[in-house]
Design a protein around this ligand. Structure first.
Ligand code: GLV
Ligand code: MN
Ligand code: MN
Length: 415
Protein backbone atom coordinates (compact mmCIF):
# COMPACT_ATOMS: atom_id res chain seq x y z
CA UNK A 1 0.00 0.00 0.00
CA UNK A 2 1.42 3.38 -1.00
CA UNK A 3 1.68 6.57 1.03
CA UNK A 4 -1.10 7.93 -1.21
CA UNK A 5 -3.49 5.12 -0.17
CA UNK A 6 -2.74 5.61 3.52
CA UNK A 7 -3.20 9.33 3.08
CA UNK A 8 -6.51 9.12 1.21
CA UNK A 9 -7.96 6.82 3.89
CA UNK A 10 -7.18 9.34 6.66
CA UNK A 11 -7.98 12.55 4.77
CA UNK A 12 -11.76 12.76 5.42
CA UNK A 13 -11.48 12.25 9.19
CA UNK A 14 -12.35 15.45 11.08
CA UNK A 15 -12.27 17.70 7.99
CA UNK A 16 -14.70 20.62 8.10
CA UNK A 17 -16.74 20.43 4.88
CA UNK A 18 -16.73 24.19 4.27
CA UNK A 19 -13.27 25.37 5.40
CA UNK A 20 -11.24 22.20 4.87
CA UNK A 21 -9.75 22.71 8.36
CA UNK A 22 -9.15 19.67 10.56
CA UNK A 23 -10.70 19.22 14.00
CA UNK A 24 -9.13 16.10 15.46
CA UNK A 25 -9.20 16.54 19.22
CA UNK A 26 -7.94 13.88 21.56
CA UNK A 27 -10.36 11.31 23.02
CA UNK A 28 -13.22 12.36 20.71
CA UNK A 29 -15.02 10.51 17.90
CA UNK A 30 -12.56 11.91 15.36
CA UNK A 31 -9.66 10.73 17.49
CA UNK A 32 -11.20 7.26 17.64
CA UNK A 33 -11.48 7.28 13.82
CA UNK A 34 -7.79 8.27 13.54
CA UNK A 35 -6.88 5.47 15.97
CA UNK A 36 -8.89 2.99 13.90
CA UNK A 37 -7.01 4.12 10.82
CA UNK A 38 -3.74 3.48 12.71
CA UNK A 39 -4.87 0.01 13.79
CA UNK A 40 -5.97 -0.84 10.23
CA UNK A 41 -2.66 0.37 8.75
CA UNK A 42 -0.76 -1.74 11.30
CA UNK A 43 -3.01 -4.77 10.70
CA UNK A 44 -2.50 -4.58 6.94
CA UNK A 45 1.24 -4.86 7.67
CA UNK A 46 0.98 -7.62 10.29
CA UNK A 47 2.28 -5.19 12.89
CA UNK A 48 1.30 -5.66 16.53
CA UNK A 49 -0.57 -2.66 18.00
CA UNK A 50 -0.29 -1.53 21.61
CA UNK A 51 -1.75 1.47 23.37
CA UNK A 52 0.46 2.50 26.29
CA UNK A 53 -0.82 3.81 29.66
CA UNK A 54 -0.79 7.37 28.30
CA UNK A 55 -2.93 6.69 25.21
CA UNK A 56 0.07 6.71 22.86
CA UNK A 57 -0.21 4.13 20.07
CA UNK A 58 2.62 1.81 18.98
CA UNK A 59 2.72 -0.54 15.98
CA UNK A 60 5.57 -3.05 16.13
CA UNK A 61 7.57 -4.74 13.40
CA UNK A 62 9.11 -7.35 15.67
CA UNK A 63 12.26 -9.32 14.96
CA UNK A 64 12.35 -13.12 15.03
CA UNK A 65 14.58 -13.09 18.14
CA UNK A 66 12.62 -12.14 21.28
CA UNK A 67 15.60 -10.45 22.98
CA UNK A 68 17.02 -8.35 20.15
CA UNK A 69 18.50 -4.90 20.79
CA UNK A 70 16.13 -2.00 21.66
CA UNK A 71 13.91 -0.70 18.88
CA UNK A 72 14.08 2.23 16.50
CA UNK A 73 10.82 4.18 16.64
CA UNK A 74 9.35 6.64 14.19
CA UNK A 75 5.97 8.37 13.98
CA UNK A 76 4.36 11.63 15.10
CA UNK A 77 0.78 12.54 16.14
CA UNK A 78 -2.74 12.36 14.70
CA UNK A 79 -4.46 15.17 16.66
CA UNK A 80 -4.78 18.68 15.23
CA UNK A 81 -5.07 22.29 16.34
CA UNK A 82 -8.58 23.76 15.82
CA UNK A 83 -9.02 24.18 12.04
CA UNK A 84 -5.56 22.76 11.41
CA UNK A 85 -3.91 21.38 8.29
CA UNK A 86 -3.82 17.78 7.08
CA UNK A 87 -0.06 17.27 7.32
CA UNK A 88 1.06 18.43 10.76
CA UNK A 89 1.40 15.11 12.56
CA UNK A 90 -0.32 12.58 10.28
CA UNK A 91 2.41 12.88 7.64
CA UNK A 92 4.94 11.44 10.10
CA UNK A 93 2.71 8.53 11.08
CA UNK A 94 1.67 7.63 7.52
CA UNK A 95 5.30 7.99 6.36
CA UNK A 96 6.38 5.54 9.07
CA UNK A 97 4.06 2.85 7.68
CA UNK A 98 5.00 3.71 4.07
CA UNK A 99 8.73 3.51 4.91
CA UNK A 100 8.18 0.04 6.33
CA UNK A 101 6.45 -0.97 3.07
CA UNK A 102 9.46 0.29 1.13
CA UNK A 103 11.90 -1.61 3.33
CA UNK A 104 9.92 -4.82 2.96
CA UNK A 105 9.64 -4.36 -0.81
CA UNK A 106 13.45 -4.14 -0.84
CA UNK A 107 13.64 -7.45 1.04
CA UNK A 108 14.97 -5.78 4.18
CA UNK A 109 14.83 -7.62 7.51
CA UNK A 110 15.71 -5.46 10.53
CA UNK A 111 18.07 -6.62 13.26
CA UNK A 112 16.11 -4.54 15.80
CA UNK A 113 12.36 -4.03 16.07
CA UNK A 114 10.97 -0.97 14.29
CA UNK A 115 7.96 0.81 15.81
CA UNK A 116 5.57 3.40 14.42
CA UNK A 117 4.12 5.64 17.14
CA UNK A 118 1.24 8.12 17.32
CA UNK A 119 1.51 10.33 20.40
CA UNK A 120 -1.63 11.58 22.14
CA UNK A 121 -2.66 15.26 22.39
CA UNK A 122 0.53 16.64 20.82
CA UNK A 123 -1.04 19.96 19.91
CA UNK A 124 -2.71 20.49 23.28
CA UNK A 125 -5.70 21.44 21.13
CA UNK A 126 -8.17 20.04 23.66
CA UNK A 127 -6.44 20.27 27.06
CA UNK A 128 -3.98 23.13 26.52
CA UNK A 129 -0.69 21.36 27.30
CA UNK A 130 1.41 20.64 24.21
CA UNK A 131 2.87 17.13 23.78
CA UNK A 132 0.80 15.75 26.63
CA UNK A 133 1.23 12.06 25.67
CA UNK A 134 5.03 12.26 25.47
CA UNK A 135 5.21 14.49 28.57
CA UNK A 136 3.28 11.91 30.59
CA UNK A 137 5.37 9.06 29.18
CA UNK A 138 8.66 10.76 30.12
CA UNK A 139 7.50 12.14 33.48
CA UNK A 140 7.60 15.78 32.31
CA UNK A 141 4.15 16.49 33.79
CA UNK A 142 2.58 15.44 37.08
CA UNK A 143 -0.14 12.84 36.32
CA UNK A 144 -2.55 14.30 38.89
CA UNK A 145 -2.18 17.80 37.41
CA UNK A 146 -2.81 16.24 33.99
CA UNK A 147 -5.94 14.42 35.15
CA UNK A 148 -7.35 17.74 36.36
CA UNK A 149 -6.81 19.61 33.06
CA UNK A 150 -10.09 20.81 31.56
CA UNK A 151 -11.19 21.30 27.98
CA UNK A 152 -13.26 24.26 26.75
CA UNK A 153 -16.48 22.63 27.96
CA UNK A 154 -15.06 22.00 31.44
CA UNK A 155 -14.58 18.25 30.89
CA UNK A 156 -11.54 16.97 32.79
CA UNK A 157 -8.86 14.90 31.09
CA UNK A 158 -9.72 12.08 33.48
CA UNK A 159 -13.34 12.07 32.34
CA UNK A 160 -12.49 12.41 28.63
CA UNK A 161 -10.10 9.47 28.86
CA UNK A 162 -12.57 7.34 30.80
CA UNK A 163 -15.34 8.11 28.30
CA UNK A 164 -13.00 7.02 25.49
CA UNK A 165 -12.35 3.71 27.26
CA UNK A 166 -8.89 4.61 28.66
CA UNK A 167 -8.02 4.32 32.35
CA UNK A 168 -6.86 7.75 33.62
CA UNK A 169 -5.64 6.33 36.95
CA UNK A 170 -2.63 4.67 35.28
CA UNK A 171 -1.24 7.65 33.33
CA UNK A 172 2.32 8.77 34.08
CA UNK A 173 5.99 7.95 33.52
CA UNK A 174 6.49 4.60 31.81
CA UNK A 175 10.08 3.36 31.85
CA UNK A 176 9.00 -0.01 30.49
CA UNK A 177 7.95 1.65 27.22
CA UNK A 178 10.97 3.95 27.08
CA UNK A 179 13.34 1.09 27.89
CA UNK A 180 12.33 -0.67 24.68
CA UNK A 181 13.53 2.23 22.52
CA UNK A 182 17.04 3.00 21.30
CA UNK A 183 16.12 6.09 19.27
CA UNK A 184 13.14 8.01 17.87
CA UNK A 185 13.14 9.67 14.43
CA UNK A 186 10.12 11.88 13.68
CA UNK A 187 9.29 12.98 10.15
CA UNK A 188 7.23 16.18 9.97
CA UNK A 189 6.08 18.71 7.43
CA UNK A 190 8.28 21.80 7.67
CA UNK A 191 6.39 24.65 9.29
CA UNK A 192 8.34 27.46 7.67
CA UNK A 193 9.58 27.87 4.10
CA UNK A 194 13.32 27.40 4.54
CA UNK A 195 13.39 24.25 2.42
CA UNK A 196 11.50 25.90 -0.42
CA UNK A 197 14.20 28.58 -0.45
CA UNK A 198 16.99 25.97 -0.34
CA UNK A 199 15.45 23.94 -3.17
CA UNK A 200 15.57 20.65 -1.20
CA UNK A 201 12.63 18.32 -0.43
CA UNK A 202 13.99 16.99 2.88
CA UNK A 203 15.99 18.41 5.81
CA UNK A 204 17.41 17.09 9.07
CA UNK A 205 16.25 18.80 12.30
CA UNK A 206 19.00 20.57 14.16
CA UNK A 207 17.27 22.13 17.22
CA UNK A 208 13.95 23.38 18.56
CA UNK A 209 13.48 26.84 19.99
CA UNK A 210 12.32 26.96 23.63
CA UNK A 211 8.65 27.88 23.84
CA UNK A 212 5.71 27.99 26.21
CA UNK A 213 2.10 28.93 26.85
CA UNK A 214 0.77 31.37 29.46
CA UNK A 215 -2.84 32.09 30.40
CA UNK A 216 -3.51 35.71 31.34
CA UNK A 217 -6.68 36.54 33.30
CA UNK A 218 -7.82 40.16 33.48
CA UNK A 219 -10.67 40.75 35.94
CA UNK A 220 -12.77 43.92 35.93
CA UNK A 221 -16.39 44.78 36.63
CA UNK A 222 -19.33 44.01 34.35
CA UNK A 223 -21.55 47.01 33.64
CA UNK A 224 -24.12 48.37 31.19
CA UNK A 225 -22.72 49.44 27.79
CA UNK A 226 -25.30 52.21 27.48
CA UNK A 227 -25.16 53.75 30.94
CA UNK A 228 -21.73 53.14 32.52
CA UNK A 229 -19.60 56.26 31.91
CA UNK A 230 -16.18 55.66 30.35
CA UNK A 231 -14.26 57.18 33.26
CA UNK A 232 -15.82 54.91 35.88
CA UNK A 233 -15.41 51.62 34.03
CA UNK A 234 -13.09 48.83 35.09
CA UNK A 235 -12.89 47.24 31.63
CA UNK A 236 -10.50 44.26 31.34
CA UNK A 237 -10.73 44.44 27.54
CA UNK A 238 -8.59 47.58 27.57
CA UNK A 239 -5.84 45.89 29.58
CA UNK A 240 -6.02 42.92 27.21
CA UNK A 241 -5.76 45.17 24.12
CA UNK A 242 -2.64 46.88 25.51
CA UNK A 243 -1.18 43.44 26.26
CA UNK A 244 -1.57 42.30 22.63
CA UNK A 245 0.48 45.32 21.59
CA UNK A 246 3.02 44.72 24.39
CA UNK A 247 3.45 41.14 23.18
CA UNK A 248 4.12 42.27 19.63
CA UNK A 249 6.59 44.90 20.80
CA UNK A 250 8.40 42.62 23.25
CA UNK A 251 8.78 39.84 20.65
CA UNK A 252 10.05 42.30 18.04
CA UNK A 253 12.61 43.72 20.50
CA UNK A 254 13.81 40.25 21.55
CA UNK A 255 13.98 38.69 18.09
CA UNK A 256 11.44 36.03 19.11
CA UNK A 257 7.76 35.34 18.48
CA UNK A 258 4.66 36.06 20.57
CA UNK A 259 1.11 35.16 19.59
CA UNK A 260 -2.21 35.60 21.32
CA UNK A 261 -4.40 33.26 19.31
CA UNK A 262 -7.16 32.57 21.81
CA UNK A 263 -9.22 34.96 23.90
CA UNK A 264 -12.41 34.47 25.89
CA UNK A 265 -14.52 37.42 27.06
CA UNK A 266 -16.97 36.78 29.90
CA UNK A 267 -19.87 36.98 30.11
CA UNK A 268 -19.64 37.78 26.39
CA UNK A 269 -22.58 40.17 26.06
CA UNK A 270 -22.38 42.70 23.22
CA UNK A 271 -24.05 45.32 25.41
CA UNK A 272 -22.00 44.87 28.60
CA UNK A 273 -18.49 45.72 29.78
CA UNK A 274 -16.71 42.39 30.27
CA UNK A 275 -16.20 41.03 33.78
CA UNK A 276 -13.20 38.98 32.77
CA UNK A 277 -10.92 38.37 29.80
CA UNK A 278 -8.78 35.25 29.54
CA UNK A 279 -6.11 35.26 26.84
CA UNK A 280 -3.48 32.69 25.95
CA UNK A 281 0.05 33.79 25.05
CA UNK A 282 2.32 31.52 22.99
CA UNK A 283 5.93 32.75 23.15
CA UNK A 284 9.05 31.36 21.45
CA UNK A 285 12.65 32.48 21.10
CA UNK A 286 16.01 31.18 19.88
CA UNK A 287 17.29 30.64 23.46
CA UNK A 288 15.99 30.45 27.02
CA UNK A 289 17.29 33.83 28.24
CA UNK A 290 15.70 35.59 25.29
CA UNK A 291 12.42 33.77 25.91
CA UNK A 292 12.48 34.72 29.60
CA UNK A 293 13.10 38.39 28.76
CA UNK A 294 10.44 38.36 26.05
CA UNK A 295 7.77 36.93 28.38
CA UNK A 296 8.76 39.25 31.22
CA UNK A 297 8.27 42.18 28.80
CA UNK A 298 4.75 40.97 27.94
CA UNK A 299 3.80 40.33 31.56
CA UNK A 300 5.08 43.67 32.76
CA UNK A 301 3.13 45.37 29.94
CA UNK A 302 0.04 43.41 31.04
CA UNK A 303 0.47 44.39 34.70
CA UNK A 304 0.96 48.09 33.83
CA UNK A 305 -2.10 48.08 31.58
CA UNK A 306 -4.14 46.31 34.26
CA UNK A 307 -3.16 48.78 36.93
CA UNK A 308 -3.85 51.87 34.79
CA UNK A 309 -7.29 50.44 33.94
CA UNK A 310 -7.97 49.38 37.57
CA UNK A 311 -8.42 45.72 36.74
CA UNK A 312 -6.80 42.59 38.14
CA UNK A 313 -4.19 40.62 36.23
CA UNK A 314 -2.97 37.08 36.91
CA UNK A 315 -0.60 35.02 34.75
CA UNK A 316 -0.33 31.26 34.85
CA UNK A 317 2.24 29.24 32.86
CA UNK A 318 0.44 26.27 31.26
CA UNK A 319 3.45 24.62 29.64
CA UNK A 320 7.12 25.18 28.90
CA UNK A 321 9.28 23.27 26.45
CA UNK A 322 13.00 23.84 27.00
CA UNK A 323 15.39 24.39 24.09
CA UNK A 324 16.35 21.12 22.42
CA UNK A 325 19.50 20.45 20.44
CA UNK A 326 19.01 17.08 18.80
CA UNK A 327 21.56 14.42 19.76
CA UNK A 328 24.61 15.31 17.60
CA UNK A 329 25.76 11.69 17.24
CA UNK A 330 22.35 10.54 16.00
CA UNK A 331 22.00 13.62 13.80
CA UNK A 332 25.35 12.93 12.12
CA UNK A 333 24.38 9.33 11.62
CA UNK A 334 21.05 10.35 10.05
CA UNK A 335 22.86 12.78 7.74
CA UNK A 336 25.38 10.10 6.77
CA UNK A 337 22.59 7.58 6.08
CA UNK A 338 20.91 10.13 3.84
CA UNK A 339 24.12 10.98 1.95
CA UNK A 340 24.73 7.24 1.56
CA UNK A 341 21.30 6.98 -0.10
CA UNK A 342 22.14 9.93 -2.36
CA UNK A 343 19.88 12.39 -0.51
CA UNK A 344 21.25 15.88 0.15
CA UNK A 345 19.45 17.15 3.26
CA UNK A 346 20.36 20.48 4.87
CA UNK A 347 20.15 20.94 8.67
CA UNK A 348 17.31 23.17 9.91
CA UNK A 349 16.28 24.63 13.27
CA UNK A 350 12.57 25.04 14.01
CA UNK A 351 10.34 27.18 16.18
CA UNK A 352 7.65 24.48 16.28
CA UNK A 353 7.36 21.98 19.12
CA UNK A 354 7.39 18.19 18.64
CA UNK A 355 7.24 14.97 20.66
CA UNK A 356 10.83 14.36 19.47
CA UNK A 357 11.77 17.39 21.58
CA UNK A 358 10.12 16.02 24.72
CA UNK A 359 11.49 12.50 24.21
CA UNK A 360 14.98 13.98 23.74
CA UNK A 361 15.22 14.22 27.55
CA UNK A 362 15.20 10.40 27.74
CA UNK A 363 16.65 9.00 24.49
CA UNK A 364 18.44 10.12 21.32
CA UNK A 365 15.93 11.68 18.93
CA UNK A 366 16.15 13.15 15.44
CA UNK A 367 13.81 14.80 12.95
CA UNK A 368 13.33 14.91 9.21
CA UNK A 369 11.40 17.81 7.65
CA UNK A 370 9.53 17.70 4.35
CA UNK A 371 9.32 20.84 2.19
CA UNK A 372 6.27 23.06 2.62
CA UNK A 373 6.25 25.48 -0.34
CA UNK A 374 4.31 28.28 1.36
CA UNK A 375 5.58 27.64 4.87
CA UNK A 376 2.00 27.97 6.18
CA UNK A 377 1.04 25.58 8.99
CA UNK A 378 -1.68 25.27 11.67
CA UNK A 379 -4.08 26.29 8.90
CA UNK A 380 -6.03 24.46 6.19
CA UNK A 381 -3.57 26.06 3.71
CA UNK A 382 -0.73 23.85 5.03
CA UNK A 383 0.59 21.79 2.12
CA UNK A 384 3.35 19.54 0.81
CA UNK A 385 3.37 17.90 -2.63
CA UNK A 386 2.92 14.11 -2.78
CA UNK A 387 6.27 13.91 -4.62
CA UNK A 388 8.02 15.60 -1.69
CA UNK A 389 6.15 13.44 0.81
CA UNK A 390 7.32 10.36 -1.08
CA UNK A 391 10.88 11.71 -1.03
CA UNK A 392 10.42 11.99 2.74
CA UNK A 393 9.38 8.32 2.90
CA UNK A 394 12.48 7.27 0.93
CA UNK A 395 14.66 9.32 3.30
CA UNK A 396 12.95 7.87 6.37
CA UNK A 397 13.33 4.31 5.05
CA UNK A 398 17.06 4.88 4.52
CA UNK A 399 17.44 6.21 8.06
CA UNK A 400 15.41 3.40 9.67
CA UNK A 401 17.39 0.78 7.75
CA UNK A 402 20.67 2.29 8.87
CA UNK A 403 19.64 2.62 12.52
CA UNK A 404 17.90 -0.74 12.79
CA UNK A 405 20.63 -2.61 10.91
CA UNK A 406 19.73 -5.84 9.22
CA UNK A 407 19.86 -7.61 5.94
CA UNK A 408 18.51 -6.61 2.55
CA UNK A 409 18.29 -3.44 0.57
CA UNK A 410 17.24 -0.97 3.23
CA UNK A 411 19.58 1.92 2.54
CA UNK A 412 18.63 2.21 -1.09
CA UNK A 413 14.95 1.28 -0.75
CA UNK A 414 12.94 2.92 -3.47
CA UNK A 415 16.01 4.36 -5.22
C1 GLV B 1 3.08 22.48 17.66
O1 GLV B 1 2.94 22.38 16.44
C2 GLV B 1 3.53 23.73 18.20
O2 GLV B 1 4.67 24.12 17.93
O3 GLV B 1 2.73 24.39 18.85
MN1 MN C 1 1.39 21.55 15.23
MN1 MN D 1 3.15 18.43 14.74
Amino acid sequence: MSLGDLWQALLPVGRHPATGGYHRFSWTEEDAACRNWFARAAGQRDMRVEQDRNSNLWAWWDTAEPDSAPAIATGSHLDSVPAGGAFDGPLGVASGFAAIDLLREGGFTPARPIAVAAFAEEEGGRFGVACLGSRLLTGAIDPQAARELRDRSGVTLARAMAEAGCDPSVIGPDDAVLGRLAAYVELHIEQGRALADLGAPVAVGERIWPHGRWRLDFTGAADHAGTAGLAGRRDPMLAFAHTVLAARESAGRAGGLATIGRVVAEPGAVNAVSARISAWLDARAPDTDTLTGLVEGVLSGARDAASSNRVGCAAHRESLSEAVVFDPVLRDRVSRALSGAGIAAPALPTGAGHDAGILAARLPTAMLFVRNPTGVSHSPAEHASMADCEAGVVALAAVLADLAGGTGQGGTAGQ
